[in-house]
Design a protein around this ligand. Structure first.
Ligand SMILES: [Fe+2]
Ligand SMILES: [Fe+2]
Length: 292
């Protein structure tokens, strides 16, 4: 599969949509905005807090090698990827501000303004890492995100969870665009000569660590939330999440990436992407009034 092999499908060129969501408007958001679910509310809050700095790092990893990209098709796909990720970061920041106001203490930790001391330290630290290694990390994270995105968009059970409607809209939009650009960082990595060995090695970290580390941070986050100090309820909800359609079998699915020769387009998401492009942005699309 070459960098330009998949240029005719629904996700040929990631489309940048300038969005503006309205969190807490008109009705204020509930503390546990995934209705009555303490665990899912904290899990989503923590993921949302990690997106802006994570996605900004993904953008920098691709930009570091942009002068080596000669294929005009890949250049155009990179522009779409950068635009989509920048918009995700911006809209998640808006949600994160609400979450901090609502008392999600751990959301503050990865939340810092552009050009702040913390950001400058991170950017400097990244520069110490070889560009291809940085990019291999991005490609692995993008595959993990795309796997979660596909689950969100194809599970009736997940779509039926009663959550704050604006948060649900944000997640569906983000998930759709993650599938639209799922192979861009991967193709950049290949185009600049990234090896299979390094690519696979970089996935072993989230493959082994993501679920236990995220579970631990969710637990810490709940401990900072006195309204969530209901051990039996939290235990039951945690078991439901781990056994439910978001997490059950996730590690096995992500493991496909560890196969030498794997390409993200080996997993066909064309139909899912088309269906959700229509549902969200078609003639009667649910999100047309959120496009600026
Ligand atoms: Fe994103
Ligand atoms: Fe992404």
């Amino acid at each position: 599969m070459t960098a330009t092999a998949k240029t005719k499908g629904a996700n040929a060129y990631p489309k940048v949509r300038r969005m503006r969501f309205r969190f807490g408007d008109p009705a204020p958001m509930q503390r546990h905005y995934v209705q009555d679910d303490i665990v899912l509310s904290h899990l989503l809050a923590l993921l949302s807090s990690a997106f802006p700095p994570g996605e900004e790092s993904f953008i920098r990893s691709v930009r570091r090698v942009s002068d080596q990209i000669t294929d005009p098709v890949l250049k155009k796909r990179v522009a779409g990827f950068v635009g989509q990720e920048a918009m995700h970061g911006q809209q998640h920041r808006a949600l994160n501000e609400r979450l901090i106001e609502m008392g999600y203490l751990l959301v503050r930790i990865p939340t810092f303004p552009a050009n702040s001391l913390r950001e400058r330290v991170i950017v400097r630290a990244e520069r110490l890492i070889p560009a291809r290694l940085h990019l291999a990390g991005t490609a692995a994270a993008e595959h993990y995100t795309a796997t979660l995105a596909r689950r969100v968009l194809t599970s009736d059970e997940l779509q039926a969870i009663p959550a704050d409607p604006e948060v649900r809209k944000l997640i569906n939009w983000h998930a759709l665009e993650e599938l639209e650009h799922k192979s861009v960082a991967f193709d950049v990595y290949r185009a600049v000569g990234g090896t299979e060995r390094m690519r696979i090695l970089l996935m072993t970290v989230p493959y082994v660590g993501a679920i236990p580390v995220v579970s631990l941070i969710v637990l810490l986050s709940i401990l900072t939330d006195p309204t969530g100090w209901r051990p039996l309820t939290v235990t039951r909800q945690a078991i439901d999440v781990l056994r439910g359609p978001l997490v059950k079998g996730l590690t096995g699915e992500v493991a496909e990436y560890l196969r030498p020769g794997f390409h993200p387009d080996d997993i066909d998401t064309e139909d899912v992407v088309r269906q959700w492009q229509r549902e969200l942005f078609g003639a009667e699309g649910e999100l047309l009034d959120r496009v600026r």
